[in-house]
Design a protein around this ligand. Structure first.
Ligand SMILES: Nc1ncnc2c1ncn2[C@@H]1O[C@H](COP(=O)(O)OP(=O)(O)OP(=O)(O)O)[C@@H](O)[C@H]1O
Ligand SMILES: [Mg+2]
Length: 466
């Protein structure tokens, strides 16, 4: 919808969406260089079956990320779905297409460089949350407008609003269901494979662009349990890493913080995300955080309790400038003792490769994707076919489909509708069949990351699908 035909579009909206605008305020005055909220709020009534609910429609002048055009967007703000260190995320409904989106509002603070918008605009991947529009909202700063004026007082605050596709769950919320379930029922291995694979696919893509996410954690992994799609979100800490530049070490949420960051490294690599991914996988396998440190230094203690004290050489690889301090001398445990005995050999092997002290020895994201742990995803056309229906049986969630016998998926996809018990979080046989998400629709760029791995990356039966 362009600015010029906004009035006729109003009528269009009213007709198409059964919305009656009650108090339209002044028309937008036109767009500046950046999209902006120029016409705050008007009221309307949804002409629904329900008795005339009054809802507030917000009109914002936004930039459409796909087309680069300035457009007007009418939306109804709904519930708050998240609030983090930097922003608040709301669910909202777009009036024009009756579509649900997520709007992340972040205060623009000149003291910190916000790279989220710039990075999100460049990303285009099935496992990265899509940024649709963005705009700026200016709000009078009451503190600054009251009281006596001092030089440098700001009279308004600016909020960047990122309008993104909406995803109903996070890996955090789904894994908590498992942790809280009656018998602490772990996430089925096939589902762990499905989600971890998509995380690595997102990381292989972002890392090949030189972008390090720096805050990989279950809360930043969005899920649509109906489709099984995982998408990486929250690029608020992300940065394109330049080996010639130093970076802050105090980054990444504690439980998932790579040891080189705890050792204060400032010239780290994208391997910090791989460590975090290893922590996420450990958490999914055991339904509890793998390294639950209570402080930055305790975080290191938690890691050492499992992986043993790092050697001098490993410390030098993490941070050559680290002034050696006495660390508790602890021997490494075998991961098979850390995790339940039902954990497959492949799962243990992959976690060991992700959780290497020496960042240069850590497996890369694309290497992780071809690890035998994920072979099950590639092994069966039924599982990989876009039209495959799920052989769904809630009881299968306790079986280990990673065993060689499992050639077809027995694990149903999680279902966000039921939250009473973990078995209810999976699609039941009474639900319509849902296809697994596309896992092998690689772009040319993805196939160029490590061409030598392409034969392993693409399932043998894949040719038949192309
Ligand atoms: N596109 C989305 N769809 C649905 N929910 C979302 C979406 N984006 C974010 N959320 C929810 O909002 C929460 C906070 O979003 P985000 O991580 O981007 O903000 P943040 O302020 O940077 O958070 P934090 O500092 O805690 O990492 C997410 O954990 C998730 O629960
Ligand atoms: Mg976050």
């Amino acid at each position: 919808m362009s600015n010029s035909d906004s009035m006729s579009s109003h009528h269009q909206i009213a007709r198409n969406m059964s919305v009656t605008i009650i108090v339209p305020q002044a028309r937008n005055k036109g767009l500046g260089e950046k999209g902006a909220l120029t016409n705050p709020v008007y009221h309307c009534r949804w002409n629904s079956n329900e008795p005339q609910d009054s809802v507030q429609v917000v009109r914002a002048s936004v930039k459409d990320v796909r087309t680069g055009e300035s457009v007007e967007l009418d939306y109804v703000k709904q519930e708050k779905v998240g609030s983090g260190t930097f922003g608040t995320v709301y669910q909202a409904q777009l009036v024009e297409h009756n579509e649900v989106v997520a709007i992340k509002e972040v205060l623009q603070d000149n003291r910190y460089k916000n790279r989220e918008l710039a990075i999100l605009r460049t990303l285009d991947h099935p496992n990265v949350c899509v940024l649709r529009y963005y705009f700026y909202r200016h709000q009078a700063d009451e503190k600054a407008t009251k009281g006596p004026k001092k030089s440098g007082d700001k009279t308004s605050k600016t909020y960047l609003n990122l309008v993104m596709e909406y995803m109903p769950e996070t890996l955090y919320s789904v894994s908590r269901l498992h942790a809280k379930s009656k018998q602490r029922q772990p996430m089925p291995p096939a589902i762990i494979k499905l989600y971890m694979y998509q995380l690595f696919r997102a990381l292989a893509y972002t890392h090949t662009l030189g972008i390090c996410h720096r805050d990989i954690k279950p809360q930043n992994l969005l899920l649509d349990p109906r489709t099984g799609v995982l998408k990486l979100c929250d690029f608020g800490s992300a940065k394109p890493l330049d080996p010639r530049e130093s970076n802050v070490a105090y980054i990444c949420s504690r439980y998932y913080r790579a040891p080189e960051l705890i050792f204060g490294a400032t010239t780290y690599t994208t391997a910090v995300d791989i460590w975090s991914a290893g922590c996420v996988m450990g958490e999914l396998v055991s339904s509890r955080p793998l390294f639950p440190g209570t402080s930055s230094i305790d975080q290191l203690v938690e890691i050492i309790k499992v992986l043993g004290t790092p050697t001098k050489q490993q410390i030098a690889k993490m941070n050559p400038n680290y002034a050696t301090q006495k660390l508790p001398q602890i021997e490494a445990k075998s991961l098979s003792k850390v995790f339940d005995s039902s954990t497959s050999h492949e799962a243990l092997d992959l976690m060991a490769r992700l959780l290497e002290y020496d960042p240069s020895k850590r497996i890369t994201a694309i290497e992780a994707m071809v690890h035998p742990f994920f072979d099950e995803l590639r092994s069966s056309p039924t599982l990989t076919s876009a039209n495959a229906s799920l052989a769904s049986s809630p009881s299968a969630s306790s079986a280990d489909p990673s065993s060689s016998k499992a050639s077809t998926p027995k694990t149903p996809l999680p279902n966000q509708h039921n939250t009473q018990d973990v078995q209810d979080t999976y699609v039941t046989p009474h639900d319509p069949p849902y296809p697994w998400p596309a896992l092998f629709d690689f772009s040319k760029e993805e196939l160029m990351i490590r061409p030598d791995l392409n034969s392993k990356l693409l399932p043998h039966h894949w040719d038949q699908h192309c």
